[in-house]
Design a protein around this ligand. Structure first.
Ligand code: FAD
Length: 304
């Protein structure tokens, strides 16, 4: 891949400030590890986004979209091709009645706060999840009995030819921590959410309760990607890990959190390899003891 050619072509589509070359991905993911992306671009408009995608497809350059990077683990060799970041732009959020219209880069915390100010209930579960709307729809993010599936009316997406599609909740095929976007390379542009009129004091109280539960139970003082593994049918990953005696297990800079065994954390100087090696130890130990193979919730990207 000729990087100079790609850079020049990207300059025909985007402003110079919107293109980063050899950008360290540790600056863009909550785990704070990972090598550089060849290119990291921040389109400002749908037209720029569509031109980047069409160019990448035509030239056979791999590309991917990230939101706030809070569910990603980028390997130490970094990412070849183009990473498209939508959280800096694409972050409008408007409310009309009980309908929220937000762009994919809007943070769930901001949408949650706006919903609360408008006395709308139904989004409290999401307000403490540190992602964007796009990432939350891709993952069908959820907490405290809520999930994105419960609030989505429709989603506006772009396909790899730059065409715009509007899909209903059903067409998004939401399941536990996955959606249509798990198998299709569509980019979320925006979504319409339907909430319910509620009582602002009760909404505030619920949000405060969830925030308090997070800070009491989760190791928010260390970089991580939240729950490292999905919940296996009929079990809790954290309990299985704890029952294997792995609480606090440390491998170089990576650690099974001693506050919450479901989180692998970066204690400061971890590499992606440290985290992946520790994840392997956790998976093998749980499988040997319980015959259950844990599946990663965190998305692993890039090269060794
Ligand atoms: P990213 O991590 O940037 O990306 C995640 C996936 O979404 C990638 O596959 C990416 O390609 C895709 N994606 C992102 N934007 C788009 C887009 N516009 N179009 C198409 N695909 C896109 N998750 C939960 O579900 N519940 C929790 O309670 C929870 N708690 C967490 C607590 C902590 C401390 C941390 C660090 C993470 C937690 N997470 C939780 C994980 C994470 O916050 C969610 O998965 C979140 O929805 C990811 O959003 P993001 O914008 O950061 O996406």
């Amino acid at each position: 891949m000729n990087k100079e050619f790609i850079y020049i072509e990207l300059l025909n589509i985007l402003d110079e400030e919107s293109i980063k070359v050899d950008e360290p991905m540790k600056k863009h993911i909550s785990f704070r590890v990972g090598g550089p992306a060849d290119f990291l671009v921040k389109p400002r408009t749908e037209e720029e986004l569509s031109n980047v995608i069409k160019f990448a497809k035509k030239e056979n350059i791999p590309f991917m979209v990230i939101g706030n990077g809070s569910n990603l683990l980028v390997k130490d060799g970094g990412i070849r091709g183009i990473v498209i970041e939508l959280s800096s732009n694409f972050n409008d959020c408007e409310i009309e009645g009980n309908i929220v219209k937000a762009q994919s880069g809007a943070l769930l915390a901001i949408i949650g706060r706006n919903a609360m100010k408008n006395s709308l209930t139904g989004f409290e579960f999401a307000a403490g999840i540190p992602g964007t709307l796009g990432g939350a729809l891709a993952m069908n993010a959820g907490a405290y009995g809520g999930e994105m599936k419960q609030v989505v009316k429709s989603v506006r997406l772009m396909d790899t030819d730059g065409n715009i599609l509007e899909l209903s909740n059903k067409e998004m095929k939401f399941e536990y921590r996955k959606s249509l976007l798990t198998t299709k390379d569509y980019v979320v542009l925006s979504a319409v959410l339907e909430l319910q009129p509620g009582n602002i004091e009760e909404i505030k109280e619920t949000m405060a309760d969830y925030a308090n539960r997070r800070s009491t139970k989760q190791p928010l003082n260390f970089p991580s990607a939240g729950s490292t593994f999905k919940r296996p049918e009929g079990h809790f990953a954290a309990k299985l890990i704890d029952d294997c005696g792995l609480r606090g297990l440390t491998l170089r800079g990576a650690q099974v959190s001693d506050k919450h065994c479901g989180f692998v954390v970066n204690t400061g100087e971890a590499t992606a390899k440290d985290i992946l090696d520790l994840m392997f130890v956790v998976k093998s130990t749980v499988n040997a003891k319980f015959g259950i193979m844990l599946e990663e919730e965190v998305k692993i990207l890039g090269e060794d």
